[in-house]
Design a protein around this ligand. Structure first.
Ligand code: ADP
Length: 355
């Protein structure tokens, strides 16, 4: 039990952590390797995002024909939508090696300088969460991206001097979930920027069918559709739910998995027909039942469901708002008619309370 002294509300037991993580778009522990086995390695094998694929395909073809390293590429979008996968595809399609790092892993500009100075010609440098690079590393990166040069410091103190080192042509592929946090000089150095969007159900369905064949799970009838509807538009979640369904099939000795099996397996994890888990439902129920539909502030709401405000704001709300269950208004969070109905109640949204 936790008490929130600001609100005077006693936190209840809160949502079950496992169920929350089942629909988290970030990888959960041990999942990075499982992600690997399901990554397509060609642009053709990458499902959905047709416009992005066409643009990127053209961009890479042109570089190949001109026999140069492609311009730097920025991939922006929420977690789990395929940014790392695309970076690896770029390397495969260009037939060049790829080095993988991330903003938080580079603690000092020197870490980045030594990485840059050991790049081979044409190599891809993938920097995940590029918005989290330290400032000094960011500045070093601008120069390296623009002039293919890095200034290496030699010596210490007043006698220190910098020696410019020319780098071979290489391509930075940066990925970010927070494009707005990238300083504009850095953003300006990317010749190609792609925004990944959440996947429509039909695309997720195809992705699930592909993953099912890799994992050798025989989905029949509407099983792939059932899974896609619960996957929150996110491939990583779709693949995770599929693996849990596979567990169910293995334990029950099923040769084929039907939509009914999917429903039963996922109800065990308390994921409902709209992809809402226990915490989402706890949030909606609190707004509807405890706060009579809202408006309610984030702190009161998170205290009521026994979760950190940040978790409610970054894990639950984006999906609830996107799917039209919740509105963020200047006065606080308000449940929509769809939320009332989803909870089996008569719709009750009072529009006068919104503004
Ligand atoms: P991000 O880097 O955006 O967090 P990843 O590239 O790691 O996401 O993708 C997460 C998982 O989803 C991986 O297993 C990947 O293979 C799969 N995936 C993502 N997008 C696609 C896609 N368009 N087609 C097939 N699989 C995908």
């Amino acid at each position: 039990m936790n008490d929130d002294t600001r609100t005077g509300i006693t936190k209840n037991a809160g949502a079950n952590e496992d169920s929350l993580r089942m629909v988290s778009a970030d990888p959960i522990s041990g999942e990075v390797l499982s992600d690997e086995e399901l990554r397509p390695d060609t642009l053709d094998g990458f499902i959905g995002q047709p416009r992005l694929k066409a643009q990127l395909g053209l961009f890479l073809d042109a570089a190949r024909k001109r026999d140069v390293a492609p311009d730097h590429i920025l991939l922006a979008g929420p977690p789990g939508l395929g940014k790392t996968t695309l970076a690896m595809i770029v390397a495969k399609e260009m037939n060049v090696p790829i080095r993988i790092t991330s903003g938080p892993a580079i603690q000092h500009a020197g870490d980045l300088a030594s990485m840059l100075s050991s790049l081979e010609s044409g190599e891809i440098l993938f920097i995940d969460e590029i918005h989290r690079l330290p400032r000094a590393a960011e500045e070093l990166l601008y120069i390296a991206m623009e002039d293919f040069r890095v200034d290496v410091m030699v010596g210490k103190g007043p006698g220190a001097s910098s020696i410019p080192l020319t780098l071979p042509r290489f391509t930075v592929v940066g990925a970010t979930t927070r494009e707005g946090m990238l300083p504009s000089p850095l953003r300006a150095r990317f010749g190609f920027t792609a925004h990944l969007d959440f996947y429509p159900h039909e695309e997720l369905e195809r992705l699930i069918e592909r993953s099912a064949s890799v994992l050798q799970v025989a989905l029949v009838g509407d099983a792939a559709t059932e899974l896609s509807l619960r996957s929150r538009g996110t491939p990583r979640i779709a693949n995770r739910l599929l693996r849990r369904v596979r567990d169910w099939a293995v334990v029950h000795d099923l040769v084929e998995v039907s939509s009914d099996d999917v429903r039963q397996a996922l109800s065990l994890y308390q994921i409902d027909t709209e992809g809402l888990d226990r915490l989402d439902i706890a949030v909606l129920s609190a707004v509807v039942k405890q706060f009579n539909g809202g408006p309610v502030g984030l702190n009161n709401l998170s205290a009521m469901v026994g979760e950190e405000a940040e978790t409610v704001e970054t894990v639950c709300e984006p999906y609830l708002v996107r799917e039209g269950f919740l509105m963020r208004t200047p006065k606080g969070r308000v449940a929509t008619d769809k939320a009332w109905r989803h909870l089996g109640l008569e719709a009750h949204t009072d529009v006068s309370k919104l503004f």
